[in-house]
Design a protein around this ligand. Structure first.
Ligand code: TTP
Length: 410
């Protein structure tokens, strides 16, 4: 069986982290998100077909031409937007058998794939959808069922309980006939949910599997922090491959990559994951649920907690980085502080595509893109974003989002 993984989206809700790259290669727990999906699909498939478009060269470079010994074929998305258009792009690569489809930006455990395949086979269905029960479907399309079959694939119904569509499917090649007949939706996209309704109306048997384990739809910046926490809490193994100087304290589980040096006075409380060739300390405090990439520098008198710091980035002197995401090749000046809590203890709101959204989190720090230079003594308000390739001068107070390629001075 082949797996078609949809990875052509622009990931606009994840700006500035997706300013220059597809979201599926953003690293969480130091690994591109898409690799977790490929890992969990790989026991069941013999080939991956990745549908690509936005900044596709970076994806090809990050993954190469195979994963776990299974070949990866990159296929350009056909003209037009939407998940149905993305799936249609795989048409010439599917030969007469069922295939799995997964959004490239979600996290699910291997059980989800097993359960979906079992339901599809048991029901001798024409297609299958993975669903999960939630109390609040405000962010999800609702799947309405009747016995073992799906009755309708609905819109987001608001704050009501029900089965959510998780973005993992099994189809047979006849889905392509229905995709051809799928009209564009109100937002101008060809949506696979509309295709599924056409199939149901034509009498096709669509079944479903109810998934109960952890799932994350990595659409917004704080989802990266949630997933990072989950992965470190559940999968991190204590393993020190670098050098830890005498006088450093490591509370397991902590993973430290080859070539990384942890200097005296560093105090690291796991779960924490640190990549290769990074410099940690002396005298810093790294608290749980932090991932630090390769070639990073966390220096003297720096505290980091519950954060993602991507490759080649530095918090070198007197910094506090809390509940934050820092992209690649970014440098914080001495004394730069991220604020991660409002005085009124209210949820932190983040501007996503021009609209303020409630992150649901009481603690959320900065979201900083790639190739950013932050000067000394900069204060960054909770939930603020700094776009990639920006320069923030000394002493600036970042109380609103900074677009990419900006120069901000006092
Ligand atoms: P979305 O998360 O709906 O879209 P997106 O990735 O572009 O993100 P944003 O809304 O923040 O801009 O997409 C769901 C999945 O489908 C995701 O894995 C990307 C993929 N996709 C495509 O492959 N092609 C497309 O044209 C679209 C819209 C999505």
């Amino acid at each position: 069986m082949k797996a078609v993984v949809l990875a052509a989206g622009k990931g606009e809700r994840l700006r500035p982290l997706t300013d220059d790259r597809p979201k599926v290669i953003l690293k969480v727990a130091n690994r591109p998100i898409i690799e977790y999906i490929l890992e969990n699909l790989s026991p069941f498939v013999d080939e991956f077909i990745l549908i690509v478009r936005y900044e596709k060269e970076m994806l090809v470079k990050a993954l190469g031409d195979e994963f776990n010994g299974k070949p990866i074929t990159y296929v350009d998305q056909l003209e037009g937007d939407g998940t149905a258009k993305a799936i249609e792009s795989a048409k010439d690569y599917i030969e007469g058998e069922e295939f799995i489809v997964a959004n490239g930006d979600i996290y699910f455990e291997i059980d989800g794939v097993k359960e979906l395949i079992q339901s599809f086979k048991k029901e001798k269905a024409d297609a299958a959808i993975l669903v999960k029960e939630f109390d609040d479907l405000s962010h999800f399309g609702k799947i309405e069922v009747d016995g073992n079959l799906v009755k309708a694939v609905g819109e987001k119904p608001g704050k009501v309980p029900g089965y959510a569509n998780l973005g993992v499917y099994i189809f047979k090649p006849d889905v392509f006939e229905f995709i051809e007949k799928t009209p564009t939706s109100e937002r101008g996209e060809y949506e696979i949910t509309d295709t599924l309704n056409l199939m149901i109306n034509a009498g096709k048997r669509i079944t479903y599997a109810v998934y109960t384990a952890y799932w994350n739809d990595v659409g917004r910046p704080w989802n990266l922090l949630e997933l990072n926490e989950y992965l470190l809490k559940n999968y991190l193994r204590h393993e020190i491959r670098g050098i830890v100087e005498e006088g450093a304290t490591i509370v397991p589980p902590v993973e430290i990559g080859e070539g990384t040096v942890v200097r005296s006075g560093a105090y690291i409380i796991g779960p924490v994951k640190i990549g290769k060739n990074s410099r940690i300390g002396p005298n810093c405090f790294i608290r749980p649920y932090t991932s630090i990439g390769d070639n990073c520098h966390i220096g003297n008198a720096v505290e980091v907690k519950n954060s993602i710091i991507m490759d080649n980035s530095n918090a070198p002197h007197l910094n506090y980085v809390g509940d934050s995401i820092i992209g690649e090749n970014t440098n914080l000046g001495a004394g730069t502080i991220t604020a991660n809590l409002r005085h009124d203890k209210g949820n932190i709101k983040v501007e996503i595509k021009g609209k303020l959204e409630d992150s649901g989190r009481r603690k959320l720090g900065a979201i900083i893109g790639h190739n950013v230079k932050v000067g000394i003594h900069v204060t960054i308000y909770p939930g603020r974003e700094i776009g990639s390739n920006s320069f923030i001068g000394p002493g600036v107070i970042v109380d609103k989002n900074v677009p990419s390629n900006s120069l901000v001075v006092v």
